[in-house]
Design a protein around this ligand. Structure first.
Ligand code: GAR
Length: 202
């Protein structure tokens, strides 16, 4: 059984899609807790509305990574809530070695571009500004690099001539909300197999 923690920093629409998939029986997982590095993040409110423990983690003094005392508090919290798998959903910090080694192969992320194109911050805007005609989202394992882990699932959208960044991001989010629960369900079913860094489905 996947016993999930979802980490976020913002509005949490991907977290909501995962909650909805669990509640609809499309995803065989239990969401043990939702963590955010921003006290006012709406992702925490979404968790509370579904009676899921919603926990704020103060990550100071670091601005862009999860390390040190905050990482230790996260590890304690995950243990306390019996978490065996982590889904990053708009969590805007780099995961460092303490958490990576405690949850080796058990942390995944969603990124708003077709990796390996446009890693890092604002992947959706990077793709739009570059002028690509097709982009999408990627669900991937988390390793010590920035958006470099093995790819599990991708969905594609077109950027049409009348699209703005906003309309493109709407299409992108719609696909993210399909791709993330789908990837998690594959993991829940034990369907992933690896050939080098290629992830295939059994
Ligand atoms: C999503 O679009 C996700 O792909 C992106 O943040 C957004 C979070 O939205 N993640 C990253 O950019 C990670 N580098 P949400 O809070 O509504 O799920």
């Amino acid at each position: 059984m996947l016993k999930l923690a979802i980490f976020g920093s913002g509005s949490g629409t991907n977290c909501q899609a995962i909650i909805d998939a669990v509640e609809a029986g499309r995803l065989n997982a239990e969401i043990k807790c939702v963590l955010a590095d921003n006290e006012g993040a709406y992702i925490l409110e979404r968790a509370r509305k579904h009676n899921i423990p919603a926990i704020y983690i103060d990550c100071a003094p670091f601005k862009t990574k999860l390390e040190g005392a905050a990482e230790a508090r996260v590890l304690e919290t995950l243990k306390e809530h019996d978490v065996n798998f982590i889904a990053l959903a708009g969590f805007m910090r780099v995961i460092k070695n303490g958490l990576l080694s405690a949850y080796a192969g058990k942390i995944i992320n969603i990124h708003p571009s077709l990796l390996p194109s446009f890693p890092g911050l604002d992947g959706g805007k990077q793709a739009f500004d570059y002028g690509v005609k097709y982009t999408g989202c990627t669900v991937h394992f988390v390793d010590s690099g920035v958006d470099t882990g093995a790819i599990i699932n991708q969905k594609i959208i077109s950027i049409d001539d009348n699209d703005t960044l906003e309309t493109m991001m709407e299409k992108l989010h719609t696909q993210e909300h399909i791709a993330y629960p789908e990837a998690l369900q594959w993991i829940a079913e034990g369907r992933l197999r690896f050939e080098g860094r290629r992830v295939k489905l059994k």
